[in-house]
Design a protein around this ligand. Sequence first.
Ligand code: 5GP
Length: 175
Amino acid sequence: MAMIISKPFLTVEQIQKRVKELAARISEDYEGKEILSVGILKGAFMFFADIVKVIQVPMTIDFLIVSSYAKMESTGEIKIHTDLREDIKGKDVLLIEDIVDTGFTLNHIRKLLLERQPASLKICTFLDKKPRRRVEVPLDYIGFEIPEDYVVGYGLDYENRFRNLPYIAIFKESK
Ligand code: 5GP
């Protein structure tokens, strides 16, 4: 079975430009506040590192490690591997995610975090595969809307590989 990776679908330059635009909006919206940025691992590690560097608002950071069981499809069954270490009560939490597909993962995480009574909870996702949404999740900041193809790179994987690519590529398996 061969794995085929397309040439960059989103280039390093496109990504960096968009990250700066999102960071500028976030900085404006949170002016005078302190953010607790929560990265959802592993997928969001690269986007998280890039965006926090250019957000001009004081912040603390924390991470959630989650996994959904299936290889390429989310099952709706989400496991929290490693929970937050910070108490989020009364804090302005910004969730930073790599990609929203069916919406199951973020919906689950969002409900879990809302129970802990943050002052506010906003969601920033690098990619949005809107056509595949099964459950609605309010997204406050979106990097790029993309079609239904499976993508890898810039933190996103196929079986834990390709995360280190600096750009986003379309992934296909051929028999
Ligand atoms: P959802 O629960 O919204 O269906 O899926 C979210 C999770 O599925 C993401 O955090 C990511 O781990 C994975 N995922 C969904 N679409 C893709 C994709 O195109 N490429 C990769 N690498 N992961 C994806």
